[in-house]
Design a protein around this ligand. Structure first.
Ligand SMILES: [Zn+2]
Length: 571
C-alpha cells in the first residue's frame, strides 16, 4: 500500500475523554473512530488487525476440530423466553419490535440459538462430540460504555459451544479448549494468566478467565510467582497475612481518642502517627444483606471480599449501607463505625481479630478506640472475608501471591445441562435412553483484544504491534527530495510485496521527522529508511520498532534483511 493513497487519518490532539493508552492510540493512529457511546467503526488499519486476530483464532479453533457457523444477531425473543433469560437479562439486553409488533433482541450471547441448532439435528450419541463456533457481533447495553474498544455496547466476539454425551466428556472438551486458548493468546503475543473465576450469571460449574495483564485493566487478580496459580481476587483464597510489625501483643487498656477528620484508614494512620500502619487498624463496613444489616471487619490494609461475605451469609449479594442507613443503625457516621458495642451481627476476618491493641472506630463521631482486642472488647463470627493481595501465601505452593490488574480477554465454562434441560436438547445413548446433551461455552472478546494488545505493546511514541497482528509488517520510508531514494524504496517495496510481505511505502512528500513519527505511532514492526547519503554508500537503514538503534544494511539486500528481522521478531 502506498501511504499517499492509504486512508490513515491520524490525529495530533489527544481526545479529552480518552485516558487509556489503547483508546488514545487507536484514535490518534487512525485505527478506529467512535460512532456513538460504546459503538465504534474500524478504519482500514484497525480492520487489518482485526482480521489478523480472527485468522489466528480460526486456525486454532479449526485445528482443535471446532466448526465455524454464523448465527444471526437479530433474534426472535422466543428463545430467550424459553430459558427465562428474556426476563433475567434486564436492561443490558437490547430489545427491538418489528413492524408487526413481534419482539426481538440483538444477541448478547448465543447459548439458546446454538442449542436450538443442535436439538433439531442431533439425535444420537454417534453424532457427538460437536464444537460449533462463530465470530460475530454482540450487543450489550452497558450502563457505562468506556475505554474505547475495552467496554463497548457493540463488539465482536468469538463464541464456541461444545456438546458432549457426559460430564466427563464435557470436561475433556473444556480441557482441549483451554489448551487452544493458550495457543491463541500466545500467538497474539499477550502476557496473560488463566484465573479461576466466579461463573456469574451464565450459571456454570467450572470456569476460567484468560486475563491479559495490564496496569489499566478493570479486574484485580492475584497470581503466584512460583507456580501457575492465579485467581480473581473475588474468589481467591486469602491465606493468613503476616501479623502487624512493631506491636506489643500484651493487651493494653482500652482508650477512647477524639479523632476529628479521620474518615479513611489513611487519615487514621496519619492521625496516630509514629509507627502506626494500616495493619494496626481495623476497617469496619456496614452491609445490607437481604433483610439483615451486618458489620464486616477486616484489617485496615485489607479489602472486603463482598462475594465471599455474601456466600457466608447465604444471600445473593451484599450492598454497602448508605450514609443514612449507617446513621440509623449505629447513630454514627461512616468512618467512625466499629465493632465495640455494636448491636447486631459482626463478622470479622481472622487477620483482623489477630491484631492486638487495634485502632477502630468508636461507634461515635468523631472518636476512635485504641488498644481494642477481640474477645475482650468485642465478639465476632470469625470467617475469611478479605480479598487476597500481594504477599499472601500461595494456596498451591510455598510461593507468594502478587496482585495484578487484568483485562478479561477470554472466558471458558462448563455449562453442564443448564440449557439443554430447559430446551430439551437430548440424544439417545448407547442403550437407547434419552439424555440431555452436556454443554460448554468459550468466549474471546475479539475487538477487546485489539485494545488489550495495544495496552501491552506501546511506548510514549505509539503502538508496537507484535509482527503476527501488525496491520503492515514493514514500512519503507524514502527521505529527501532526490529521485533516487524513492526509486530504490519502490524497488524494495515491490520486492517485499512479491514475497508476500505486507508493506507500506511512505511515498508522501513529508519531512523525515513527520514520516518517522507516523511510522512509530502506527506501530509498524520494521522500518526501512532509504536516504540519499546512505545510497551513495549502497546502504539503507533497518530499524525495529522495539529497538532504539537502527542498523545499516546493503541496499540490494534490504528486502531479505527485512524478512530476516520479521522472522526474528516473530520468534
Ligand atoms: Zn504457587
Amino acid at each position: 500500500m502506498r501511504y499517499s493513497r492509504a486512508f490513515i487519518p491520524t490525529l495530533k490532539e489527544v481526545p479529552k475523554d480518552a485516558t487509556m493508552p489503547s483508546h488514545v492510540l487507536m484514535l490518534r493512529a487512525g485505527y478506529a473512530r467512535m460512532v456513538g457511546a460504546g459503538i465504534y467503526e474500524l478504519l482500514p488499519l484497525g480492520t487489518r488487525v482485526l482480521h489478523k486476530i480472527e485468522r489466528i483464532i480460526r486456525e486454532e479453533m479449526d485445528g482443535a476440530g471446532a466448526q465455524e457457523i454464523l448465527m444471526p444477531t437479530f433474534v426472535p425473543s422466543e428463545y430467550f423466553k424459553e430459558t427465562g433469560r428474556w426476563d433475567l437479562y434486564g436492561p443490558t439486553l437490547l430489545r427491538i419490535k418489528d413492524r408487526k409488533g413481534g419482539e426481538y433482541h440483538l444477541a448478547p450471547t448465543h447459548e439458546e440459538i446454538v442449542t436450538d441448532v443442535v436439538r433439531r439435528e442431533i439425535k444420537s450419541y454417534r453424532q457427538l462430540p460437536l464444537n460449533l463456533y462463530q465470530i460475530q457481533l454482540k450487543y450489550r447495553d452497558e450502563p457505562r460504555p468506556r475505554a474505547g474498544l475495552l467496554r463497548c455496547r457493540e463488539f465482536i466476539m468469538k463464541d464456541a459451544y461444545s456438546f458432549d454425551v457426559s460430564e466427563e466428556a464435557a470436561l475433556e472438551s473444556y480441557a482441549q479448549m483451554r489448551q487452544t486458548y493458550h495457543r491463541i493468546f500466545q500467538r497474539l503475543g499477550l502476557d496473560y494468566r488463566v484465573v479461576e473465576a466466579d461463573s456469574g450469571a451464565i450459571g456454570g460449574k467450572q470456569s476460567a478467565e484468560f486475563q491479559v495483564l495490564a496496569q489499566t485493566g478493570e479486574d484485580w487478580i492475584v497470581a503466584c510467582g512460583a507456580c501457575d496459580y492465579a485467581a480473581n481476587v473475588e474468589v481467591a483464597q486469602a491465606g493468613r497475612a503476616e501479623p502487624p510489625a512493631n506491636q506489643s501483643t500484651e493487651p493494653a487498656a482500652l482508650e477512647k481518642v477524639e479523632t476529628p477528620d479521620t474518615r479513611s484508614i489513611d487519615e487514621v494512620v496519619s492521625f496516630f502517627g509514629g509507627q502506626t500502619t494500616a495493619s494496626h487498624t481495623l476497617k469496619s463496613l456496614l452491609y445490607a444483606a437481604g433483610e439483615e444489616v451486618v458489620l464486616a471487619v477486616v484489617r485496615g490494609d485489607h479489602e472486603i471480599n463482598e462475594i465471599g461475605l455474601a456466600r457466608h451469609l447465604g444471600v445473593e449479594e451484599v450492598v454497602l449501607a448508605s450514609d443514612a442507613a449507617v446513621k440509623e443503625a449505629t447513630s454514627t457516621e461512616i468512618g467512625f463505625v466499629g465493632p465495640v458495642g455494636f448491636k447486631g451481627r459482626v463478622i470479622a476476618d481472622p487477620d483482623a481479630v489477630a491484631v492486638p491493641n487495634a485502632i477502630v472506630g468508636a461507634g461515635q463521631t468523631p472518636y476512635h478506640y485504641k488498644n481494642v482486642n477481640h474477645g475482650r472488647d468485642f465478639e465476632a463470627e470469625v470467617v475469611s472475608i478479605r480479598q487476597a493481595t500481594s504477599g499472601d501465601p500461595c494456596p498451591n505452593c510455598d510461593g507468594k501471591l502478587e496482585l495484578y490488574r487484568g483485562i478479561e480477554g477470554g472466558h471458558i465454562f462448563v455449562l453442564g445441562t443448564h440449557y439443554s434441560d430447559k430446551m430439551r436438547a437430548t440424544f439417545l445413548d448407547e442403550e437407547g435412553k434419552s439424555r440431555s446433551i452436556v454443554m460448554g461455552c468459550y468466549g474471546i472478546g475479539v475487538t477487546r483484544l485489539i485494545a488489550a494488545i495495544m495496552e501491552q505493546h506501546h511506548d510514549e511514541h505509539g503502538i508496537r504491534w507484535p509482527v503476527q497482528v501488525a496491520p503492515y509488517q514493514v514500512i519503507v520510508t524514502p527521505i529527501g527530495k532526490d529521485e533516487a531514494p524513492l526509486a530504490k524504496a519502490t524497488e524494495i517495496y515491490e520486492s517485499l510485496q512479491a514475497e508476500g510481505v505486507e508493506v507500506l511505502l511512505d511515498d508522501r512528500s513529508e519531512r523525515p521527522g513527520v514520516k518517522f513519527k507516523d511510522a512509530d505511532l502506527l506501530g509498524i514492526p520494521v522500518r526501512i529508511t532509504v536516504g540519499t547519503r546512505g545510497l551513495k554508500q549502497g546502504t539503507v537503514e533497518l530499524k525495529k520498532r522495539t529497538e532504539s538503534e537502527s542498523q545499516d544494511v546493503p541496499a540490494d539486500d534490504a528486502a531479505a534483511a527485512a524478512r530476516a528481522a520479521l522472522v526474528e521478531l516473530a520468534g
